[in-house]
Write a protein of this length. Structure first.
Length: 647
């Protein structure tokens, strides 16, 4: 056979659309000619005949020959990807990987495969090429590469590019606003929130439904709307919760509690709050298991004895289904999710019938959307009766405060000076240590009013970086505040932060998300905090904390009352001194920092949940009775110092 003539003949058939005759000629030709051009023509012919997978293999054979033809390998990878031949696509990808960092189509296929295999660590290099790709599918895939790191410049670039190219896309606008709030870019937030606010005012919820439930709370304080933000969640089938509760279960002599979290390491805010409660659980009545999916690098930063907290069970490598089956196999009576809709949550494990009783506590200040939960643990302040209609969980209300606190390991404030922190000695110091995403335009405007109405006062303001500081200062300056009236500060070592809080005169809370751990830290450090009555769980936390420490008078009725009270207190140093003295005394007597009392109330709640379940009763709202108030201090300085020395 004359190979040249045969190839020309096959090519002619192909050009005329006679693909079957071209295939017959090529099959005969391949007996004597297996050159790249022959395999490439075979691939094109097979593709025309609808044999996509065979075409991919032919392109691969053409490309792998020496010298390697990357153009043929590219076509092979794309076709293998379309056919779902992921292993073959990855094998070719390893040969032409540099090409994939410049080619959005290749990057799209490889990204899809790596995401399906949970190999996210391999994807960083594809972000830029995908977000700059010519097709919407490229950019949507880039959006899937976003991580939880709001300070990552790659993430920021993706979001900014997506919104610039698709300004009317609701999801891209939502993402853009999340990143803008993180650095307090209030001008951008105000501009791009305007259509959202107008839309909601007209009863249109198009901007609410695709929003992330956690970030949604930072701009919307209406719990009737909060429950409608359902981004990346799937409704549970009818009867799912009932089937879970009715599944066979053996109750033991002890109540088996499982805590599910990614925060099981001492440096995390959650453990700073609850590690003492974990230690104090009555092991004669309760078995404690920690189902752990914490970041290993964070856990290794500081040595700790997790055996004091409970039995640690690693669920990092397990699927949600497998984790739930393992939890069920361990006979857990109550599974308590500590994350909800927050970073690194695996609350979806609860959607696989993990335990007969499932409860949410501490991590997420609102109803957990499309998560199978029986109860949310709160208190009468954060979960008032009129909120019941806005939660799918039943309320389990502890009598004083839902937030645990650790009085033993949390460092006690040490002496420090204003000079060490750049604060004027004689001025009245207002302080906000809340995260920048909680600082809204309304809050800054109220703070400006306070400064203008209060002589010889300054605002001590925490910023997460230079960008946030510049943005906040721009807003303050535009509102006529002199630069000398604002002292910006940064995050510092935890022990030093506890020390410095006492230098301020009055903490200023934020809305619609209060300080949570931040507020209890300020109260522990001796700083009175001014707040106002809230409209949802996230905006009622400080009210709960202030009542639990014995300072309910620092809860204003509304924002105007908050402003007026701040101005009034700035001219009454004797009242500030009295508040600080009250904090110093009440820290060792009142419920807020009484971990033993709190643990008793929490354990009573668990017993009440189990009692209903054993009787075959469905979950219902419940209020835990309070122990008698203490008359003697539960914590002394010596105990606190001993705990710190032992670390």
């Amino acid at each position: 056979m004359n190979t040249k003539n045969a190839f020309v003949t096959a090519s002619g058939f192909y050009q005329k659309g006679q693909y079957t005759r071209a295939l017959e000629t090529l099959n005969e030709l391949l007996n004597v000619d297996r050159s790249p051009k022959t395999y490439a023509l075979l691939a094109k012919t097979l593709l025309k005949l609808g044999f996509k997978s065979d075409a991919a293999s032919a392109y691969e054979l053409a490309g792998r020959q020496k010298p390697r033809r990357e153009d043929y390998l590219r076509e092979a990878l794309l076709l293998h990807g379309d056919c779902g031949n992921d292993d073959q696509a990855l094998a070719i990808g390893s040969l032409i990987l540099p090409m994939a960092f410049k080619d959005p189509d290749l990057a799209f296929v490889l990204t899809r495969i790596f995401l399906s295999r949970q190999q996210k660590e391999l994807l960083a290099g594809f972000k830029t090429v995908l977000v700059e790709g010519p097709e919407l599918r490229h950019r949507l895939m880039a959006a899937k590469l976003l991580t939880d790191d709001l300070y990552d410049e790659g993430n920021r670039h993706i979001v900014a590019t997506l919104f610039k190219k698709h300004p009317d896309n609701i999801i891209f606008r939502t993402l853009y606003l999340i990143f803008a709030r993180e650095v307090s870019d209030l001008a951008v937030v105000d501009k791009h929130m305007a259509p959202i606010t107008a839309s909601i005012a007209q009863g249109n919820l198009d901007y609410v439904i695709p929003d992330n439930p956690f970030f949604h709370l930072h701009w919307c304080g209406d719990e009737a709307i909060n429950k409608l933000a359902i981004h990346d969640t799937v409704p549970l089938p009818a009867g799912h919760a009932e089937a879970r509760r009715e599944a066979p279960h053996v109750w033991g002599n002890k109540i088996r509690i499982g805590y599910l979290s990614s925060d099981f390491w001492p440096g995390h805010a959650t453990m700073k709050l609850m590690q003492r409660t974990l230690e104090l659980h009555d092991r004669d009545r309760f078995e404690i298991t920690l189902f752990d999916h914490s970041d290993l690098s964070s856990q290794r930063e500081q040595e700790f004895d997790h055996a004091k907290w409970g039995a640690m069970v690693d669920v990092r490598s397990l699927s949600d289904q497998a984790a739930a089956e393992m939890i069920r196999a361990r006979g857990i009576d109550i599974l308590v999710d500590l994350k909800g809709h927050t970073k690194e949550s695996r609350a979806r494990i609860l959607n696989h019938m993990a335990a007969p009783i499932q409860a949410a506590w501490l991590g997420f200040p609102g109803t957990a959307v499309n998560i199978d939960l029986d109860y949310i643990v709160g208190d009468p302040y954060v979960l008032p009766d009129h909120s019941k209609a806005h939660f799918h969980e039943k309320f389990c209300r502890l009598p004083e405060c839902y937030q645990p606190n650790d009085p033993l390991y949390r460092p006690k404030p040490r002496p420090t000076t204003r000079a060490q922190h750049g604060l004027p000695e004689e001025a009245f110091v207002f302080a906000s240590f809340n995260g920048n995403r909680k600082v809204t335009s309304q809050m800054v405007d109220v703070w400006c009013n306070i400064l203008k109405r209060s002589r010889d006062s300054v605002l001590w303001l925490l910023c997460n970086g230079p960008r946030a500081e510049a943005n906040l200062w721009s807003r303050l300056e535009a509102r006529g505040v002199n630069r000398k009236r604002v002292v910006f500060t940064t995050r510092i070592r935890y022990e030093d932060h506890i020390d410095r809080q006492q230098l301020a005169d009055l903490g200023l809370d934020t809305f619609p998300v209060n300080g949570h751990t931040t507020t209890s830290e300020q109260l522990w450090g001796g700083l009175p905090v001014l707040t106002t009555k809230g409209t949802n769980f996230a905006s009622r936390v400080s009210e709960s904390l202030l009542n639990a420490i014995g300072l309910p008078e620092l809860v204003a009725e509304n924002v105007q009352g908050y402003e007026d009270m701040a101005v009034e207190l700035a001219s009454q140093p004797e009242r500030i001194a009295q508040f600080k003295e009250t904090l110093a005394v009440n820290r060792s007597i009142m419920p807020l920092f009484d971990a033993e009392r709190f643990t008793h109330h929490l354990e009573t709640a668990f017993e009440m949940m189990v009692a209903r379940a054993k009787q075959g009763l469905a979950p219902d709202h419940m209020d835990v009775p309070a122990l008698p108030l203490r008359m003697e201090p539960f914590l002394t300085y010596d105990q606190n110092a001993a705990a710190i020395a032992a670390e």
